[in-house]
Design a protein around this ligand. Sequence first.
Ligand SMILES: Cc1cc2nc3c(=O)[nH]c(=O)nc-3n(C[C@H](O)[C@H](O)[C@H](O)COP(=O)(O)O)c2cc1C
Length: 186
Amino acid sequence: METIEAIKTRRSIRKYKDTPVDKELVKELIELAAWAPSAMNIQPWAFLVLEGKEYLKELSTKAKELMLANIDKRPELKKYQKRLEDENYNVFHNASTVVAIYGSTDTSWYIYDCSLAAQNFMLAAHDKGLGTCWIGFAHFLFDSEEFKQKHNIPEKYRIVAPFTLGYPEKQPASGPARKDYPVFGL
Ligand SMILES: Cc1cc2nc3c(=O)[nH]c(=O)nc-3n(C[C@H](O)[C@H](O)[C@H](O)COP(=O)(O)O)c2cc1C
C-alpha cells in the first residue's frame, strides 16, 4: 500500500474477527515499529504482547476499575464514566491480541519516541490488512506496579501506547472528518 493511502485510510478498529494474529506477523510489526525515529537514537521502546480473549476481558474489568478510581484526576474523562461503569463494555473491543509499547525513562523523550513507534506499527498493520485501536482506557492498569511486575516489565518503563490488534470485522468507512486546525506562518 502506498504511504499516503495508508495514512488516509487507517481507522481505529473496534470490531474484530475471531481469526488469531500469527505470532511471526506480530514480531514483524514490532520490528517495523522499531524503525521509528527517536531522540538521540536512544530507541527507548519495549513491547508487551498479550493474547487471549478471556484474559483480556479480565484485564478490561481491572482497567475500568482503575480508570474510574482516577477519574477525578482526569476531568476530560468524566464523559466516559457511564461507559466505564457498564460491565458489558470491553475496553479492548473483544480483540484477542493487545500490544503495548512502553518507554524507558532513561530518556525524557520517551513519550515522543514511543508514540512514533506506535504510529509505525499501526500503519504497517493497516498495510497488512490488520486493524488497531489505541486504548487510553488501559493506561492506569498497564502503568501499575502490580501489572508491570506480573509481566516482567522493569520499573523504569512507563506505558505509552496500548492498542488492540486484529483482523477487522468489516472495512471501515472513511474516518471522522478532521477539524480545522491552526497553521501558523503559511
Ligand atoms: C492517546 C489515545 C487514546 C485513545 N484511547 C481510546 C480508547 O480508550 N478507546 C477507543 O476506542 N479509542 C481510543 N482512541 C482512538 C481515538 O478515539 C481515534 O483515534 C479517534 O477517534 C480518530 O479516529 P481514527 O483513529 O479512526 O482516525 C485513542 C486514541 C489515542 C491517540
